[in-house]
Design a protein around this ligand. Sequence first.
Ligand code: ADP
Ligand code: MG
Length: 689
Amino acid sequence: MPLELDSDIRFLKGVGPKMAEKFHAIGIQTILDLLFHLPRDYQDRTRITPIRACQIGRYAQIEGQILQSQVTFGKRRSLLVTIEDLSGKMTLRFFHFNKQQQANLEKGRLIRAFAECRLLNQGVEMIHPEYTLDPQPINTETEKLTAIYSTTQGISQTLWRNLQTQAIDILATSTQQVDSIQLPAHLKALQISLNEALMFCHNPPPTVNVDQLIEGEHPYQMRLALDELIAHQLSLLAYRHQRRSQLSPAFKAEIETNPLLKSLPFELTSAQGRVIQEIASDIRQTHPMMRLVQGDVGSGKTIVAAVAACFAIQSGFQVVLMAPTEILAEQHLVSFTEWFEPLGIQVSCLLGKHTKKQKRECLEALLSGDIQCLIGTHAVIEDDVQFKQLGLIIIDEQHRFGVHQRLALHSKGQPNQSPHQLIMTATPIPRTLAMTAYADLDLSIIDELPKGRQPIMTKLVDQNRREDVIARIHHACLDGQQAYWVCTLIEESETLNCQTAEETFIRLQQALPDLRIGLVHGRLKPSEKADIMNAFAKGDIHLLVATTVIEVGVNVPNASIMVIENPERLGLSQLHQLRGRVGRGSLQSYCLLVYQKPLSSQGKERLQIMRESNDGFVIAEKDMELRGPGEILGDKQTGLINFRVAHLERDNHLVEDARAIALSLQRSPDISKRLINRWLHQPEYFING
Ligand code: ADP
Ligand code: MG
């Protein structure tokens, strides 16, 4: 019987039972699965790359004269052959070689070599390249592009290619089709059947535009990327749908009678009001809310969260708020206590530093329902934290947490009753990125700052004008204001980083003996950190020297100057977060970016953006352009956007279409399922994975 797309790959020639197991273990069961394991790169033997133009991690074919050929006896005996072309030099390294080979690779001969370029201690090298001596000119008729596959122990590139050739033959003759969905008319360039796209990508014709192919920008590749993005959207929509079928407590959420709103010392901005409406209509439902509130630093997310908490508590449920740092948790404790105590609501805090006894008492009060609102760091996820009746989960500065932590909290509700979730972030996420990474969440945006805030003035200051900066701080602090001085990360070394902060602290103390100066950095104990932060918040400290630990959430409205040293080391979104520590009161605030010369042109461009814009969304878009999505989502979230062929920056323009197509496919559950299956072997991979 001829093989079909759904046949097991063990029926292919060259796949024994052992080998079949290897494939099954990496999720490749059928011929169709195999076809969707697409090349990660292509070997190009149709041309010679100048040595200078070789890129690390890429395959290249180079040609040059042998300059030197010598055996070295370092850790491993190896033969090093240095070759030179008109553009530069490169070393070819051999660990296994015989006398004959060594003799042939003699000085002065012309050699053509092909391998991946790697960066080793001495520079760019090729290890065990395939090579020919005194090569003939390239015959572009017979040489073609060869696919390279990401692989696992024991599956060779030759085997991959061999099996894909068989799979392509089956695809060409199979009675089954890979269903290509109807694409909207405006995607003219992508009206390609998946059959064609798969054949093309596994076996590109020699006439192809090689650069386009290697960059993944060929329409056939884009067609597959689109298919994957659609599958991703479908899986998130399926997850959303599943959530609709879960049960949650419906709260009485009446805005007019909310006691907290009645007692507020300020008027809500209209954006805050709108977001509270959105939350209220979610939590009146009997299925769980999953809402992400994005609001620029200082836009007033905390009060929005507190109003939501108040709805839950008034309906007889408990609330937990998780913050990424102890400083932030304690600050929330202060605000929530101030707001809730007059209403007779019991607020408590669970932190790593608490004693066993304090912790036990807290846990008991949670179980009995005496504590209605719990605030803490990730300590609140621990198994022994159990609630009497948890109704709402609030996660602050969500980009600091991974999906797993979000899910761990989710499981703390009553059996068969999922708590509602409110997630807050000050890192604005560009729209297409949010659509991809958080398509399972509903989005609310607080796009307005409270009245009376003056925009922060940002200035670029050359390092050699430090004295002026110090004088300015002196003046402002004597005038009753406060300031931050932030020392940025040196490489990845936290130790060095604290050292710099310590040195700066000492130097500033010498320069400003009449000011009270504090120091916080990551190596202090949480309680020490909190003490200093509290002293700063109370105004007992004029100037706070800090590492970037103060980045999130800290709220001291009287602070009006922020100095950031070596801002060129930080991402734009991070700078914007830091800068948001000032401009929280009614005073005109300043952010002084003290840079070191010389700045690269990109560095200059980035700092200019900081100077020109106070809008977190604009800055995030730029950051995404300049540094990619990983910077914005944070390491913990990048797993959300790991695709096989799609690439979020490159294929950004396809996201909106993928979303629209996925929405229209929801009514065809069979096709949706097949689409999800071929890209994500476990349909909920992105959520649970
Ligand atoms: P973020 O969104 O960065 O978490 P916060 O919730 O900490 O911001 O709010 C920043 C400051 O603004 C706090 O001091 C808060 O009390 C105050 N605030 C919030 N909303 C308003 C408002 N509508 N009018 C005036 N001040 C407000
Ligand atoms: Mg906040």
